[in-house]
Design a protein around this ligand. Structure first.
Ligand code: NAP
Ligand code: F7E
Length: 342
C-alpha cells in the first residue's frame, strides 16, 4: 500500500506494451504511484519499461510490477483489493487484428472478457469498501470497421475482425457498468497510434524496421499484404495524455482520439523509403497474401471534435514527422554505430 496517502495510485494492465510504457512514464511524471500488471513469460518481456524499472528493494518505490493475466479473475481482484487504486487503465489485450483471425477464442477471452473481469472486480470492491475507482478502457477505431469515414462517437460500429468484435463487447460492457452501477468508466476510442516502441509486426514498424535492415544490408525484401488500406496514424505519447485527460473529467464519457487525416499503407511505405534516402522502393517490397485479412477495414479517419472541445486535446505530430521519428530510430538501431557497439 502507498506510504504517502495523498499520492494518487494507478493500476495499469498491458504495462509492457507500447501504450503501457508511455502511460507509465506520464503517470510517474505526474507523481503517481504506479502498479503494472505483467505476464509471466519464459523470456524477458519488459524491454519497453526497463529504463524506468525500480528495484523492489529500493525505498519509496513508485513503480511496482505484479504478475497477472486478464484470463485470471482471482488475481486481478486480489490486486485491486491490495493496491487500492484510484485509477485503473485497461490496456492489456491480444491486440493484433490479423492474429485475431487465427486465435479468435483467445482474443475474445482476453480482449473482450478480460474487461468484464476487471469491471466485476471493481464493482465488488466499490460495494465492499465504499471506495471509488476510475476505469479507462482501451477501445479502438477497429470497432468502426466498415463504417464510412470520418468516424466519431455517434458512428455505428461495424467490426470486421474477432479483435474488433471483442473490443465492441468491451466498449458496451464498460458503458453498461457505468450506467448500471455508477462506476466512473470511460472509453477512449483511439485510432492507430505508432512510435519507435510499436510492436514489430504492426505494419508501420514492420516497414521502418525492414527498411533499416535493408539499408544495413541485413535483409533485401519486406513482405507485406494490402497496401491500399488507409489508416489515421498518430504519435503514441500524445495519445496516452488523452487517456489521462479523460480520467480527470468531472463525468465519465467516451471520446474519439485521432488526427483527422488518413494515409494508405503505400503512402507510409513511400514516405519511409524517402526518409531513409532509398530510391526505387518497389524492388524491395513484395506482396505476400498471408498478410491479407479475411475481412479488411478499408479506411479510418477520426473526427475528434469532441476531444478537442471537452478535453482540449489535439494531435501535434503530423504524418511525415511520425514516419521520420520511426525511420530515424530504426536506422540508428541497425546502423553502423549500433553495429560498432555490438
Ligand atoms: P501492445 O503493444 O500489443 O500491448 C498489449 C499489452 O497487453 C502487452 O503489455 C501485453 O503483454 C498485454 N497482454 C496481452 N495479453 C495479455 C493477457 N492475457 N493478460 C494481461 N496482459 C496481456 O498494444 P498497444 O499498442 O500498447 O495498445 C494498448 C491497448 O490499446 C490495447 O488494448 C490495444 O488493443 C488498444 N488499442 C491500440 C491502438 C494502437 O494503435 N496502438 C489503438 C486503439 C486501441 P506482453 O508484453 O506480455 O505481450
Ligand atoms: O495494420 C495492412 C493491414 O496491423 C494496418 C492495432 O494496434 O490499430 C492496429 O490495428 C493496415 C491493415 O494495424 C501488412 O491489412 C498490409 O489494413 O498495423 P496494422 P491495425 O490492423 O489497423 C488498431 C486501431 C488497433 O486497435 C489494433 O490493436 O496495414 N497491412 N501489410 C499489414 N498489416 C500488418 N500488420 N502486416 C503487414 O504485413
Amino acid at each position: 500500500m502507498s506510504e504517502d496517502k495523498k499520492r494518487k495510485v494507478s493500476l495499469v494492465t498491458g504495462a509492457t506494451g507500447q501504450d503501457g510504457s508511455y502511460l507509465i512514464e506520464l503517470l510517474l511524471d505526474k507523481g503517481y504511484e504506479v502498479h503494472g500488471i505483467i505476464r509471466r513469460a519464459s523470456t524477458f518481456n519488459t524491454y519497453r519499461i526497463d529504463h524506468i524499472f525500480q528495484d523492489p528493494h529500493e525505498k519509496n518505490l513508485r513503480l511496482i510490477l505484479h504478475y497477472g493475466d486478464l484470463a485470471d479473475a482471482n488475481t486481478v481482484r486480489k490486486l485491486i483489493y491490495e493496491i487500492e487504486p484510484d485509477e485503473i487503465y485497461n490496456l492489456g489485450a491480444q491486440s493484433h487484428v490479423r492474429v485475431s483471425f487465427d486465435i479468435p477464442e483467445y482474443t475474445a477471452n482476453i480482449t473482450g472478457l478480460g474487461t468484464l473481469r476487471l469491471l466485476e472486480a471493481i464493482k465488488d470492491y466499490e460495494e465492499h469498501t465504499g471506495k471509488k475507482v476510475k476505469f479507462y478502457q482501451a477501445s479502438s477505431s477497429e470497432m468502426f470497421g466498415a463504417a464510412k469515414p470520418p468516424q466519431n462517437e455517434s458512428t455505428a460500429f461495424q467490426p470486421r475482425s474477432p479483435y474488433g468484435v471483442s473490443k465492441v463487447f468491451s466498449f458496451y460492457i464498460t458503458k453498461n457498468y457505468r450506467e448500471a452501477y455508477g462506476i466512473f468508466a470511460v472509453n477512449g476510442i483511439l485510432f492507430n497510434h505508432e512510435s519507435p516502441r510499436r510492436g514489430e509486426t504492426f505494419v508501420t514498424r514492420k516497414i521502418t524496421r525492414g527498411i533499416a535492415k535493408i539499408v544495413a544490408g541485413l535483409e533485401n525484401k519486406i513482405y507485406l499484404g494490402n497496401l491500399e488500406a488507409k489508416r489515421d496514424w498518430g504519435y503514441a505519447p500524445e495519445y496516452v495524455e488523452a487517456m489521462w485527460l479523460m480520467m480527470q473529467q468531472p463525468k465519465p464519457d467516451d471520446y474519439v482520439i485521432g488526427t483527422g487525416e488518413s494515409h494508405s499503407v503505400k503512402e507510409f511505405l513511400e514516405e519511409a523509403f524517402r526518409c531513409a534516402g532509398v530510391k526505387d522502393w518497389g524492388k524491395y517490397v513484395s506482396i505476400d497474401p498471408r498478410y491479407y485479412r479475411p475481412t479488411e477495414v478499408e479506411n479510418l479517419v477520426a473526427d475528434y471534435a469532441k476531444a478537442r472541445e471537452k478535453l482540449d486535446w489535439k494531435p501535434k505530430t503530423g504524418f511525415k514527422e511520425l514516419v521520420k521519428i520511426m525511420v530515424d530510430h530504426d536506422m540508428k538501431q541497425y546502423g553502423p554505430e549500433a553495429n560498432a557497439k555490438k
